[in-house]
Design a protein around this ligand. Sequence first.
Ligand code: AMP
Length: 280
Amino acid sequence: MQVVRDPKTFREACEAARARGARVGLVPTMGALHEGHLSLVDRAKHEGATFVALTIFVNPLQFAAHEDLGRYPRTLEADLEACRSRGVDLVFAPEDGSMYPPGFQTEVAVGEITKRWEGVHRPSHFAGVTTVVCKLFALTGPSVAVFGRKDYQQWRVIERMTLDLDLPIDVVGHPIVREEDGLALSSRNRYLSPEERTRALGIARGLHAANEAWRAGMRDADALRAIVRGPVESAFDSIDYVAVASPRTLEPLEGSATEAVILVAAHVGRTRLIDNLELA
Ligand code: AMP
C-alpha cells in the first residue's frame, strides 16, 4: 500500500493506476477509521474497482468556527494499518495547507438541496464538502466513488453535484453500519462518556420504532416523526431536527408517504450525532 501526502504525487499515482488499466475507486474520509469506513472499501471493490484510493483529510472548510475541528480524532497510524489489512491500494493523507495553498479562492456550492436540515444548522458545511470532494474527484479521476448513507444528505448533495457537473463518476451510497445495539458507527462516538453512549441509543430506538410502525402500515409523516422524536427527546440534551423527507429532494413530507427518509441530528453532552432511516 502506498501512502502519499502531497496532491501532485497522489494525482500521479492515480494516473499510473489508470495507465495500467485499473478501474479506480475513491473512498473519501476524515480518518479515525472504523468498520463503517472500511465497508466502503469493500463496496468499492464490489462495484468493480481494481485500485482503491482512500483519502484521510479533516477538511477545515466544512467545519464552522465553533465546531469540533480542533478536537476531531486523528489516528493516522491505526488508520493506515486498517487500510493495509483491508486491501486499500493508495492512501492520500494531505498535509495541512496542501489542499488550500495561499491564494485559494474557489468554492463549489450546490443549491436547494443543501439549504435544509444539516444546511440550516451548519450553513457553510456543504460548500466545504462539495469543494473538497470536487478537488478529490479531479485529483483521483475515479470511475466510482463510495459514500456512506450515514451522511444521507451529504450523499444526495454529492450525487446532485456529480450529475449537474457531468462528472463521469458513479457515486454509490453504501448503507449505514451499526453497532450490535443499533448505534450508527461514527468517529465522533469516541467523544461519548459511557453514560452518553447509553443515551445516544435514543436515536436508534426511535428509528427502530418508526421502522416497525412503517412495516405495520403506518404512512403518516407526522406520526412517524413523533414516533422518532419521543425517544430522542427523552435521551438527548437538545435536538437540531427530526425530519421526515423525500429521499431524493430531501423536501419535508406531509400526509401519507410512499417512501421517505427520516433524518435526525441531536446533541448529547458536547457531541452532535446524526443518523437516519430509509423507508420504502
Ligand atoms: P467521515 O470520515 O465521517 O467524513 O466519513 C467518511 C465516509 O464514511 C462518509 O461517506 C460517511 O458517510 C461514511 N461513514 C461514516 N460512518 C459510517 C457508517 N456507520 N456506515 C456507513 N458509512 C459510514
